[in-house]
Structures are given as C-alpha cells and as structure tokens.
Design a protein around this ligand. Sequence first.
Ligand code: GLN
Length: 203
Amino acid sequence: MTRPLVGVLALQGDVREHLAALNDSGADAIGIRRPEELEKVDGIVLPGGESTTMSKLLEIFELLDPLRDRLADGLPAYGSCAGMILLASEVLDTRPDAKHLNAIDMTVRRNAFGRQVDSFESDLDFAGIDGDPVRAVFIRAPWVERVGDDVEVLARVPHSAGAAADRIVAVRQGSVVATSFHPEVTGDRRVHELFVDMVHERS
Ligand code: GLN
C-alpha cells in the first residue's frame, strides 16, 4: 500500500511526537506551517498543546480559513487534546476570542478534569481497537459534554476513575476523529494506525 502524506499542524504543541507516531503507522508525515503545505496533504493531525494559542497562530499564519475549507471538503483529521478542542463546534471555558473549526458536532469543555487532577492515566476500551485496552494519558485535558447524532462515541473514562467516570474522551464523525488524551506519548500506535486507515479509506 502506498504511504499517504499526512500533515501535523506545526505552529505549537507536541508536533514531533505525532510526526514519529505517523511515520511508524504507515504514513509519510510533514509539519504544516503554510497554506501551500496544507494543500498537498491527504490528512492532518492537530496536536496537543494550548488551544487558544494555536487558534491565534492559525490566524497569524493565515491557516484558519484554508484549514476550515479543507475540512469542509472532507479532509481526514485527527485532533488530540488541544486538537480535539480546535475540531469542536462549541467550546466551554475558553477565551471569548478563541476560534475553532466546527469539524465535529460536539461541545467540549477545556481543562475539564480540574486542577486537582491536571494529569492522570487510565486504561480505556476504544471502539474499533481490538486487543489490550488503550493507555490514555490526560494532560490538562478536555472532555466532551455533548455529541450530535452523527458523532460516534469511541471511548469513555472507566467507572474506576471516580468523579470523571463515563465522560466521553474519544469521538468520530465521518473522517474526523478526536481524543482528549495523548496516544502519541505512549508508544502504542493503534490510534494513529486507525487514523491512517481512515486516510486510506478516504483517498
Ligand atoms: N488545556 C489545553 C488547552 O486548553 C490542552 C492541553 C493539551 O493539549 N495537553 O488547549
């Protein structure tokens, strides 16, 4: 199978980890900083980082509208953590001037897990990923509070996780997938492989 070309939005955040995860998962990966780079990719990853900063940089680098256009045309996308926030249609607890991309019909709450548990790890069942549970690393993560009818819930926080139990942390709508957590830091490539499969399906 040919290797699709997948971009990683490279304005801010954990870009290198996603480039490595994509390369391990059967894609050629490039960082995206300019509209010309965005034009040639078969899919895009929006990394973890800080969503309001990324939103500002998307405007400064004149990528916000081109990215919205490509997503509206069906460009496959995967957003992790801050990337999930950017893909949402509605964001709670963000800055009033922060922009998002409306690629998944969902309401996301930023920093939802609260100050006590800024970061934690958990094992999740993930729809479409067989075998061992997925180790999820949450770092000042969002969760999903509402999904539209066309959105498939892929993973929730397990019951054992206390106050956050059952919160939605992975979703898919068409060719767009998002996780609250960071599979790019664990060495388990199955979420990126799932995304690369979605890119193949689409192209
Ligand atoms: N809290 C960050 C934000 O609001 C997301 C954290 C992350 O990507 N690890 O954008």
